[in-house]
Design a protein around this ligand. Structure first.
Ligand code: IPE
Ligand code: IPE
Ligand code: MG
Length: 232
């Protein structure tokens, strides 16, 4: 990783996929894959910090993931809660602001309070912002935003009005969206916000993702020519 990266994306968003396959291939329960997936989040946050990436968003639980078994869902919730409330957490250690997108209401109280607590503790940090997408769906985000605009009495809105109501209102749109495990789909992630994101689908399963994979991804991003419909 000797070569310097010149064009660093401001916001990188990651669809972390392949935890289940990683575990199944080893004859292990799916939740072991999720546990390793949390370690990959930690590695990736530290690597983003090193590369100077300001915003990093992780898709951790989608509005469709409720279709999985209770055991798997509760296992994921426990892992997220424990990760957020860890004594030696990287958020406080490296002054990283923690935020979330998604509809939190259906989550267990212990997870919600751990999240609220860490958000409060890190709210003034500006070195980097890590956002967890929890019970997040791109369609749900848009529908909730539209409903609050209706509640405010609007009957004619602009794109800016909608952007200002989305869960991502305080985060720039993602420059670079990466999905691991080789699946090439968006799975209801930030649908509105990804209109001009650069997409990248490395084959690596999420639990194996490390700084070298991120470096390789950033090298790919260097070569992209973002035209936004214009000419270059
Ligand atoms: C991603 O890994 C984590 C979540 C969706 C919570 P998966 O659990 O989807 O892993 P695969 O796709 O089954 O391998
Ligand atoms: C997308 O992965 C959601 C998260 C990474 C949280 P899934 O594994 O749930 O997506 P599909 O079912 O393969 O589209
Ligand atoms: Mg998957």
């Amino acid at each position: 990783m000797a070569e310097k990266i010149k064009k660093i994306p401001t916001h990188i968003a990651i669809i972390m996929d392949g935890n289940g396959r990683w575990a199944t291939r080893r004859g292990l329960p799916r939740n072991v894959g999720h546990r390793e997936g949390v370690k990959a989040i930690e590695r990736t946050v530290l690597a983003c910090l090193k590369f100077g990436i300001k915003y990093c968003t992780f898709f951790a639980f989608s509005t469709e993931n409720w279709k999985r078994s209770k055991e798997e869902i509760n296992g994921i919730f426990d892992l997220i809660r424990d990760y957020i409330k860890k004594e030696d957490n990287i958020f406080e250690k490296y002054q990283i602001k923690l935020s979330s997108i998604g509809y939190l209401e259906p989550f267990p109280d212990d997870l919600k309070s751990a999240l609220a607590d860490m958000k409060e503790k890190t709210k003034n940090y500006d070195r980097m912002q890590v956002t967890l997408a929890l019970n997040y769906g791109g369609r749900d985000d848009i529908v909730r935003a539209v409903n609050s605009l209706i509640k405010q009495g609007n009957n004619n809105i602009t794109e800016k009005d909608l952007l200002d109501q989305l869960d991502t209102k305080n985060i720039p749109e993602p420059d670079f969206v990466l999905r691991t495990s080789g699946e090439m789909r968006i799975s209801n992630f930030m649908l509105y916000q990804m209109a001009y994101s650069e997409l990248y689908f490395p084959k690596v399963l999420w639990p194996d993702f490390n700084e070298k994979h991120l470096y390789k991804a950033l090298k790919v991003y260097q070569k992209r020519n973002r035209r936004y419909g214009g000419l270059s």
